[in-house]
Design a protein around this ligand. Structure first.
Ligand code: 3HC
Length: 310
């Protein structure tokens, strides 16, 4: 009966073991996983746009090949995560409709413009760096398919972060103009990268329950702090300054203290009023609608083929 099933579920979570698709799970557990995994997938797919705009303008064949590999990886991460969401009973076409209609979210970070090529390096360094801080713990998420998807994703994210950092190191050893371009990109991407980790813990409606269910392993503020502590020394090694006058090492806690985040900006971007929200969604809508005929043809073929096989 349900009470026994709930006990078995609780015992699995308490023992840090994994819940698999065929296991019984509370409806709330399923719902919050579909919410998080679908929005994670949406983030990967939308995330192809900002740096994808530089594919035709990359300064060398090598940089173009590296960027192409990274953008293709993001697409793959999205498809991986939609498949994980499907093991929970979600339908990926329905999830895409929800994204386009604004009924599901994607990461705020992808609503900012990429006006300069240095943005490609800063996105790899900061945005993929933040994603690594957030995704490594998710490799231990209590839902099996999600955790296993993260293991593959994290291997590719470390390549994304390293290629970005190497690109910036090369530019910082270049001309004054290149150094200025990198510093300008850092100034524009630093605070939005901190917002990627979500609202402060005391304003996060999902964290407590997600921690109790072992979906999340750390809170938003813990991972944000881990990212700042990891990134400040890297900024020093690069020779860029981070746009936070309150940034200071706190010997007693062993952490870098940082200034106040503009949560009003975060709320605006989540409400759809960021610099590039409309463009990102318009392009995703066009991709769905312009390619609908391909989906129809492939589906019809698959149905005929299955009938033939049967
Ligand atoms: N952008 C957009 N929405 C955000 C957000 C952000 N940066 N941070 C939080 N939110 C939303 C949440 O989704 C939630 O709304 P919802 O209930 O409608 O889903 C609301 O704000 C409150 O936030 P909570 O902290 O209560 O929500 P969560 O417990 O879900 O925590 C999260 C938010 C930390 C983003 C968590 O969902 C998570 O870890 N998700 C998986 C990782 C992920 O999505 N990363 C996206 C980064 S981009 C990326 O990884 C691509 C890489 O290749 C660059």
């Amino acid at each position: 009966d349900e009470a026994t099933l709930q006990e078995q579920f609780d015992a699995t979570i308490a023992a840090d073991r994994r819940i698999e698709p065929r296991d019984w799970m509370p409806e709330g557990y399923r719902k919050t996983l579909v919410r998080q995994v679908a929005q994670h997938a949406h983030s990967e797919i939308i995330g192809m746009q900002p740096e994808g705009d530089w594919l035709l303008a990359a300064p060398s064949l090598r940089r173009k090949a590296v960027l192409l590999a990274k953008v293709q990886d993001e697409a793959g991460h999205g498809l991986y995560l939609y498949s994980a969401a499907e093991t929970l009973g979600a339908d990926r076409a329905d999830l895409t409709d929800k994204l386009i209609e604004g009924r599901q979210k994607y990461s705020s970070i992808f609503n900012y413009p990429t006006p300069a090529y240095a943005d490609v390096g800063v996105i790899g360094w900061l945005v993929d760096g933040a994603a690594i801080c957030n995704q490594v713990p998710l490799c231990r998420s209590s839902y099996g398919p999600y955790a296993r998807a993260m293991i593959r994703v994290c291997k590719e994210e470390s390549f994304h972060q390293r290629q970005g950092y190497e690109l910036l190191m090369t530019m910082m050893r270049g001309t004054d103009e290149q150094r200025a371009m990198v510093q300008d990109a850092v100034d524009r991407w630093w605070w939005p990268s901190l917002m990627m980790f979500g609202p402060p813990d005391d304003e996060s409606p999902n964290t407590a329950q997600s921690m109790a269910w072992g979906i999340k392993r750390h809170t938003n503020d813990e991972l944000r702090q881990r990212f700042v502590d990891m990134t400040v020394p890297q900024a020093q090694a690069l020779g860029v300054t981070l746009p936070d006058p309150d940034l200071a090492w706190d010997e007693s806690s062993g952490h870098w203290r940082f200034g106040a985040i503009d949560w009003a900006e975060f709320a605006r971007v989540l409400a759809g009023d960021g610099p590039k929200n409309a463009e990102r969604i318009a392009r995703r809508r066009a991709a769905r609608d312009d390619n609908a005929w391909v989906v129809e043809a492939a589906t019809a073929y698959a149905r005929k083929h299955e009938r033939g096989a049967a």
